[in-house]
Design a binder for this molecule. Structure first.
Ligand code: ZN
Length: 87
């Protein structure tokens, strides 16, 4: 039996978004799945992301307010300013 290739948590988390979208190829999909089976912290992280996506998906079915994009941009701009690297 060949030894299983296990991803490092860092790698697994990097692939997590694509994994949840089902965008990974067979091997990578398997790798992440295998990692989640063995790694509690990444598993709960994956569960969290899944919940988040489910909620966003539910939101997506509601009509989006006209200024939604604008509001997001304002939030991001405010965040950037607070953590801003320029001085
Ligand atoms: Zn992990």
């Amino acid at each position: 039996m060949s030894e299983l290739r296990l991803l490092a948590c860092e790698e697994a988390l990097k692939l997590l978004a694509a994994f949840l979208d089902g965008e990974l190829g067979g091997d990578e999909q398997d790798d992440v799945e295998r990692h989640l089976e063995r790694c509690r912290s990444c598993f709960s992280r994956a569960e969290f992301e899944k919940q988040l996506k489910a909620q966003l998906g539910a939101l997506g079915r509601e009509p989006v307010p006209a200024d939604f994009g604008e509001r997001i941009r304002t939030l991001i701009a405010r965040f950037d300013r607070r953590t801003g690297t320029d001085r």
